[in-house]
Design a binder for this molecule. Structure first.
Ligand code: ADP
Ligand code: MG
Length: 360
């Protein structure tokens, strides 16, 4: 297990890159660090690889501090977003380089290089120099150079960020399979929600140097701890509708600000004193009905996004916006009035930006 223990990282006096990070990364897991640019993802990888030191706190492997170990003694293989390849060497020689440096036998080197090149779709480029490659091809060579060699931990910093969608999809699947084969620990950073959910055994959501939540893809998707995670994980993001509690005791009910009833029941009274309540829910939890139908919230279609396999319809409900996933043959248009029905089993209550325990 790799651990961050109370890690703080500051660049210079003011620039705080990481705040009090406590995080465990299981051996053999595919761990994703997910966050916007500037969140601190690369800094965390560099701390694991020994390229940077924490300002305070510790980075450990199996409970033993890694700080005394220089990068070359950490058995870590790193691939950076800004790849640097040896321009005077061919692709094949670039891939073989880390293996030759470890004095691996010729046959094994050839074997490994071929396998990785094939997986990354660069097998036909082995004789070419990096200067004659496209950006996407160079990125694949850089990734290959990192994963071609045996290591305890692979640190992959947005390694497929520059590839087109089809290639990303393909390499994503192969990377996951390869990691399982090697039983390797992989720490992978990305700014793509899709990539994070598809690859991660566990995902840490990082924002402004702070860990917002750590969990499985399902945890983050269905039970976000806060509004940042809810709106950053999944596409479309979680929608929110503002609520208030009306009535008392058995008559208590959760209502939209327009007074439409969302859910009722005795236990709702416990939210009575709370202000700033919101229901958070996924597009799949919403069905659309005719405007004015009982049990629905009144809304008006704002935008329709055509995804091919589905249409995401964004509906204005009061001041809130709700995303609904509908079949592609939807005939709705912007401006149409509709009724929104939210599955009460599938929404989560929030107060302000924090998720509340338990359901309504
Ligand atoms: P990410 O990889 O998530 O985009 P980084 O770890 O690169 O985030 O950066 C986190 C913060 O630390 C940012 O505010 C960035 O400007 C700052 N930072 C990163 N590296 C340096 C550096 N070498 N010197 C000064 N500030 C840095
Ligand atoms: Mg980065």
């Amino acid at each position: 297990m790799y651990s961050f223990v109370n890690v703080h990282k500051r660049y210079g006096l003011r620039n705080v890159a990481l705040r009090k990070i406590n995080l465990d990364i299981e051996r053999g897991s595919f761990f994703v660090l997910y966050g916007p640019a500037g969140a601190g993802k690369s800094t965390m990888l560099n701390l694991l690889g020994g390229i940077t030191r924490p300002t305070s706190g510790d980075v450990q492997r199996d409970g033993v501090s890694l700080l005394p170990l220089p990068p070359e003694r950490r058995a870590a293989a790193m691939a950076f977003e800004n790849y640097a390849l040896y321009s005077h060497l061919s692709v094949g020689e670039n891939l073989a380089f880390p293996l030759k440096a470890r004095k691996m036998g010729r046959a094994e080197i050839e074997d490994r290089v071929k396998r990785i090149a094939c997986m990354l779709g660069i097998g036909h480029l082995l004789d070419r120099r990096p200067g004659f490659l496209s950006g996407g091809q160079r990125q694949r060579v850089a990734l290959g150079r990192a994963i071609v060699r045996p290591a305890d931990i692979y640190l992959l910093d947005e390694p497929i960020g520059h590839l087109d969608a089809k290639l990303r999809h393909q390499i994503r699947a192969e990377l996951k399979a390869l990691a399982q084969d090697l039983n390797a620990t992989v720490v992978f950073t990305t700014t793509s929600s899709r990539e994070a959910l598809a690859l991660g055994d566990r995902i840490a959501v990082l924002n402004l140097g702070k860990l917002e939540q750590v969990g499985t893809p399902a945890d983050l998707y269905h039970k976000p701890d806060n509004a940042f995670v809810a709106s950053f994980v999944g596409d479309p993001p979680m929608s929110f509708v503002s609520l208030r509690v009306e009535g008392d005791g058995a008559d208590a009910r959760l209502c939209s600000l327009a007074g439409e009833r969302l859910a009722g029941g005795e236990h709702i009274g416990r939210f009575k004193q709370m202000t700033d309540l919101r229901a958070g829910f996924r597009a799949e939890a919403v069905t659309l009905g005719a405007a004015g139908r009982a049990g629905t919230l009144a809304g008006r279609v704002d935008v329709i996004e055509h995804l091919g396999y589905a249409n995401i319809v964004v509906v204005n409900v009061g001041d809130d916006q709700v995303s609904v996933s509908l079949p592609p043959e939807t005939t709705l248009r912007a401006g149409d009035r509709v009724g929104i029905a939210i599955d009460t089993e599938k929404f989560q209550l929030f107060q302000g930006d924090r998720a509340l325990e338990g359901r309504a």
